[in-house]
Write a protein that binds this ligand. Structure first.
Ligand code: P6P
Length: 337
């Protein structure tokens, strides 16, 4: 494969395909640079004073979850990297209750950037892959980007989405609505290099991902679906299935982007009042955009995720995504419910 850096890929998407403009190209390059900085910080682990970047920050985020030092650091890296470029009208993060206004000393742009700066951070201390997830929207004409309403757009309004995986290698997976490309960080030159031009999710799979400890709390359609997978060859599905659960959405989704599978974080009675576990605006929607662009599907079980009209910045939703034919089985069971 030609050795194409992220910058060259974006130039070609802009110049030859007209898929993006200069501001969106700058936005993605700045986000990629922020992900490189996060990858370097993660790589330091427990080195440095006071246990390095591992451990608790001693604060809670807007979700009421204890923040890791790296949650706070990753969020700061994203804010500092993105506020000066003139490409953004505003930012929203899992780690901040309200949108982050672009300081008056910098020019404002047309885009809104939403992100989970470090997803799966509970895995940091055990050295398991974690990631960053981001979504890009346009700021509606006349909207105030310091208020959450400007951000409350359905997933179909996204102009770009991506994730970084901080694992054995550091990867950046990106869509601008023209399929899904994967870039690998070449640490010798400090650039993301194109390693997969068009990721495609196989329509069939024998691999499912779910936190099985929640089985007794699931709704009946999900219990039925998973029990049938567990019944294997002797059961109604007539084949055996394998299970994986990393508990880092980015790592689980990347496995599916690479070899297929179905990822489920369904509604369960423990979290029914919250609407689900995963957040719509900066986890479910960007992952749904990426998965659909690779030929997969993403639903709440009852509705296509990207069709949802958000009503709150930190809204949570059930997530079932991956190989199209398996997602259809789960959606079918919900429809019969
Ligand atoms: P559980 C990480 O905290 C996260 O938000 C996702 O990355 C992951 O898929 C899920 O929660 C794991 O949840 O309940 O298995 O710990």
């Amino acid at each position: 494969m030609r050795r194409i850096t992220l910058s060259r890929y974006l130039i070609e998407e802009q110049r030859e395909k007209g898929k993006i403009n200069a501001d969106l190209r700058l936005l993605i390059e700045v986000v990629a640079r922020a992900c490189k900085s996060i990858a370097i910080a993660i790589g330091k682990g427990g080195l440095g004073e006071g246990g390095g970047i591992l451990g608790e920050a001693g604060s809670d985020n807007v979700q009421g979850e204890a923040q890791k030092k790296l949650d706070v650091l990753s969020n700061e890296i994203f804010l500092e990297a993105n506020e000066w470029g003139g490409h953004l009208a505003g930012m929203a993060s899992e780690e901040m209750e309200l949108p982050h206004a672009i300081p008056n000393r910098y020019p404002q742009g047309e885009y809104l950037l939403l992100f989970d700066p470090l997803d799966g951070s509970s895995n940091i201390d055990i050295n398991v892959s974690v990631g960053t997830i981001f979504s890009v929207l346009r700021c509606p004409e006349g909207a105030d980007p310091t208020l959450q309403d400007a951000f409350l757009q359905p997933g179909t309004a996204q102009v770009a989405a991506g994730y970084a995986v901080y694992g054995p290698t550091t990867l950046l997976v990106l869509t601008v609505g023209d399929g899904v490309a994967c870039f690998t960080l070449d640490r010798e030159i400090g650039s993301f290099v194109l390693t997969e031009e068009k990721l495609r999710i196989p329509e069939e799979t024998k691999e499912f991902a779910i936190n099985m400890s929640n089985r007794r709390f699931w709704e009946a359609p999900v219990q039925r679906y998973v029990d049938e997978l567990l019944a294997g060859k002797e059961g109604p599905r007539g084949k055996d299935f394998n299970m994986r659960w990393v508990a880092s959405m980015v790592a689980d989704v990347h496995r599916i982007m690479t070899r297929g599978g179905i990822f489920m974080y369904p509604l369960d009675s423990k979290i029914a009042a919250q609407g689900g576990k995963l957040r719509l605006m900066y986890e479910a929607n960007p992952m749904a955009f990426i998965v659909e662009q690779a030929g997969g599907a993403a639903t709440t079980g009852r509705q296509r995720i990207m069709d949802l009209q958000p009503n709150a910045l930190h809204q949570r939703v059930p997530v079932i995504l991956g190989s199209r034919n398996e997602v259809a089985v789960v959606a079918g069971y919900h429809a019969q419910d």
